[in-house]
Design a protein around this ligand. Sequence first.
Ligand code: F6P
Length: 325
Amino acid sequence: MSKIKTIGILTSGGDAPGMNAAIRAVTRAGIYNGFKIKGIYRGYEGLIHDEVKEMTTEDVSGIITRGGTILKTARSKEFMTPEGKQKAFETCQKEEIDALIIIGGNGSLTGAREFAREYDFPCIGLPGTIDNDVYGTDATIGYDTTMNTIMECVDRIRDTANSHERIFFVEVMGRDAGFLAQNCAIACGAEAAIVPEEVTDFDQLAAFMGRGIRKSKKSCIVIVSESPKCGAMFYADRVKKEFPEYDVRVSILGHLQRGGSPSARDRILASWMGVAAVEAVLQGQRNVMIGIRNNDSVLVPFSECIRTDKRFDKRLLTVLDELSI
Ligand code: F6P
């Protein structure tokens, strides 16, 4: 039997649609299994500064439909320092928190691994990020909703692109990963995707565009992964310079990609992962992330999911290429 009585839950890093569904699942499954659940506000910041509140089943009522996170979130610099972690540990002692469930992306899981290692503290991670760049799980909480949001936006942009016979460079989020750009490009019938995992030279880009512009509908959409140096603006400027005859526009979707009510898929994923996290605590598991792989829930050691890059399937770029002729 596990000696854990109280589980603390927090969301950390960028918010993602479905985080609330995960908070609800952990709270309800935790209470169902006899645990006390304590919500920690503003991620690791709240753990450092003791912003903690006991959660009831009513507190999570109606939140499955809501984007963002009711617990708020932050990217805590202080938690990266030894003093920050020490204060966080003191809060756990004061609040009698015996285990933590952390919902977030790679940075948040790295924080959890270090805290777990330094204080021998049981931590369970749930992958929550729109970027889908966490190893060990087929999808992360928020990724599906964001793909749908981007798809809706690009479908609208296509109307304008067609009507004005324009070339659009649409920039999407993803941090260092091209999952959103690649898969949304396929879903939107875009002419090309520019992703960090693949070098795109200018000749290639010119070929993509020629293809789009040759089409009867005479528009071209290129989905570009965000990048500090060569995002959508960079490519659009190049094209404007080299092909002044084209009417080029840029659309940077920005933070609208992170908000909104979660899709059915994200609600189910988050609910399943939340229940699996509580089961993991019951089984005495520690320092693992819950993943869903091949329709099965799995436990992935923190060390493995942090150290390994998630495989980016370049075959899907071929799918895009063949279908955009
Ligand atoms: O990790 C999620 C994410 O939305 C990335 O796609 C993006 O690069 C980053 O967060 C933006 O962070 P912020 O909201 O802090 O500007």
